[in-house]
Design a protein around this ligand. Structure first.
Ligand code: HSE
Length: 444
């Protein structure tokens, strides 16, 4: 007997998912046992790329999540509501859930996973991070023997596309964004992507899996790419770096740290970052995503691939559906004696506590800063002295030319405490010879 799937949403990813399920040849044999039993859409009259038998498509999404015949609900609506309510209703009705909805999981994970645990159902979300890149299940299963200490990645394709074009064409953010919107690489309202919120949702989810605790989304530091200029990209290039929107989740690994102890505090942050050209993430370009995981004893492992798109994201969605179908097939998902079924601890969410997140002022990192100053004697000396007074050691200072009749001075620091660096900057801003701090970026 086929496993009955209720699909919510028939947009790009929903269509890609249906296409895989309706064309099972040469895929895993279990794909043949999945039946698209109901498809919920908001606009019934839209032209679709896939055709379904009469009666399958409905606008009554609630009827799908409450239908006793449906075993697996696949939520591909996007947005917070009605997605969240439908997921919760599906769980309350004993359905397993597959979702690509990073925004809902990052905000309402506690509510959703608590309900799922109580109901004895799975909520799987491979497609929520990295599109087609397998990273959620590898973190849960293949890497679970490791003590993970660092996870960092390029998890937003839109910003990576814009930054790659700024790098190769030398254009400014606004003009490349406008072109990316015209070409369909960026949304008409690009905020979620370019201001870093999409990447913040994704790193919160990844951090939660890597470090075995929940993450409060408002505690994730989030800075987007609007302030990255062509000038910064050109300076970074000369200094041996590329600029990427990096999402980072990291625990303290300073000497004396015992990785067997629970982390005191995690850093979880998203910001544009200068990455050395020799770093594995530096060559991840265009809309591609990559996630680098570091742990003991594995060392480094990097996941690379297409971070969005119908086919890749549907590949991840169908892998989750198959994971659930495989469990149901061997009878492990069934309730016994009125008790909810035991969940596979490697597939289900097993943590309840929240991770403590360190304030950004305690971050120890390198910085890149660009100053526009008067072209007079002693300015570089004054900057150097001020940084020195705040324990900020400089790695390089460059003054190549003038911009709008102002001297342009670029500094890269050694590792410094972020709080100290900002104190130095506050003082520098008061210098008469300093017209502005034109940009400020972190360096990996
Ligand atoms: N908007 C996302 C991106 C794709 O640009 O990567 C879906 O997660």
């Amino acid at each position: 007997m086929a496993f009955k799937v209720g699909l919510l949403g028939l947009g790009t990813v929903g269509t890609g998912t249906a296409q895989i399920l309706l064309d099972p040849a040469q895929r895993h044999p279990l794909v043949q046992e999945l039946e698209i039993y109901r498809v919920g859409v908001r606009s019934p009259d839209k032209t679709r790329l896939v055709a379904f038998s009469p009666g399958v498509v409905t606008t009554d999404l609630e009827a799908i999540v409450t239908d006793p015949a449906v075993e697996i609900v696949v939520e591909l609506l996007g947005g917070l509501e009605p997605a969240r309510s439908l997921i919760l209703k599906a769980i309350a009705n004993g359905k397993h859930v597959v979702t690509a909805n990073k925004a809902v999981i990052a905000r309402f994970g506690e509510e959703i996973f608590a309900a799922a645990t109580e109901a004895g159902v799975y909520v799987l979300l491979e497609a929520a991070v990295g599109g087609g890149i397998p990273v959620i299940e590898p973190l849960k299963q293949s890497l679970c023997a490791n003590r993970i200490h660092t996870l960092m990645g390029i998890v937003n394709g839109t910003t990576n596309y814009i930054l790659t074009r700024m790098q190769t064409e030398g254009g400014d953010f606004a003009e490349i964004l406008a072109d990316a919107q015209k070409l369909g690489y960026a949304e008409a309202d690009p905020t979620t992507d370019v201001d870093g919120f999409d990447a913040a949702d994704k790193i919160a989810i990844l951090a939660s899996l890597a470090f075995g605790g929940r993450i409060k989304l408002p505690e994730v530091y989030c800075e987007g790419i609007r302030q990255v200029s062509a000038a910064d990209i050109a300076y970074a290039d000369k200094l041996g770096f590329v600029i990427k929107l990096l999402a980072v989740a990291k625990r303290d690994t300073s000497p004396g740290t015992n990785l067997a102890d629970p982390p005191d505090q995690l850093q979880v942050r998203v910001h544009p970052t200068l990455i050395p050209k020799t770093h594995p993430l530096a060559s991840v370009n265009q809309v591609y995503n990559a996630i680098l995981v570091e742990g003991e004893p594995i060392g480094q492992v990097m996941f690379f691939g297409p971070g969005a798109g119908a086919g890749p994201t549907a590949s991840a969605v169908v892998s989750d559906i198959l994971n659930i179908a495989a469990i149901l097939k061997v009878g492990r998902g069934a309730a016994t004696d009125g008790q909810p079924p035991q969940l596979d601890p490697l597939l289900a969410c097993s943590h309840q506590h929240y991770c403590a997140i360190a304030p950004m002022s305690e971050l120890v990192t390198r910085f890149y800063a660009r100053f526009l100053t008067q072209d007079s004697s002693g300015v570089i000396g004054k900057l150097g002295t001020c940084f020195g007074n705040h324990s900020v050691s400089l790695e390089s200072v460059v003054q190549i030319g003038l911009r709008d009749n102002q001297a342009e001075i670029v500094v890269v620091t050694h590792h410094v405490r972020e709080g100290n660096f900002h104190q130095a900057l506050d003082e520098i801003r008061t210098f008469e010879a300093v017209n502005s701090v034109a940009s400020l970026l972190r360096v990996l």
